[in-house]
Design a protein around this ligand. Sequence first.
Ligand code: HEM
Length: 226
Amino acid sequence: MFVDDVLFIAFPYAAVVLAIVVSLYRYFTDRFSYSTFSSQFLEGRALFWGSVPWHYGILMILLAHVVAFLWPGGWANLIASPTRLLVLEMIGLSLALAALLGLSLLTLRRLRSARILAVTSPMDWVLLAALLTQVALGFWVALFFRWGSDWYLFTAVPWLTSLVTFSPETTFVTSLPWLVKLHMLGGFVIIAIFPFTRLVHIVTVPITYLWRPYQVVIWYRRSPRA
Ligand code: HEM
């Protein structure tokens, strides 16, 4: 169907191309804007209690999305035992709840402090709304369409594989409930807006610390005696 092709083929490809092209453009024209624009110096306590559960929760959940996609055989073995499946789903729900509460706290923090509100751009609100919706939808899907860690392997994985191998096939996902489809498409909405937001800080994780020569940082100010 035309609408399905637009939503589940054209849109994901457009989102990924947009993300790559605009990220590169932004990197080469405005490299210093690749930042979280930290507001820690304006407020630290709520930031800590929001940021820690948000980041640990969402990173683990996204890791599970990626591992199940890249290694479906291993994932299928992992969830083959009902006990392991149950434990995994409980951990997933707890992490999703932690991420949702953390992100809600981070949003409230921006609304409640005049100083942080002043440094919050319209695009920050778009990003927060998109992330809150996506995580809430994911939580809803996991709660009410049970055993997603199993049916993900027979719906999302073959659909994503068909996209990656440039032989797109929508039938794996088109008959799923709309809330599930909204969650799947929501992932690509976030990919599309990625380069326009402070989410670009993800690619600035300082992993080069692992192999670059260490630096000694010293004060440059001369002492009066010297
Ligand atoms: C930025 C992108 C995404 C975010 C932030 C996100 C977030 C989440 C969250 C928080 C959950 C709940 C996890 C749990 O309670 O176990 C979830 C579940 C789920 N997500 Fe996503 N997701 C994203 C993209 C996607 C995409 C692209 C797909 C499929 C193509 C997908 C498919 C699913 C499925 C099937 C579940 C249910 C898993 C279960 O029941 O355990 N997600 N997602």
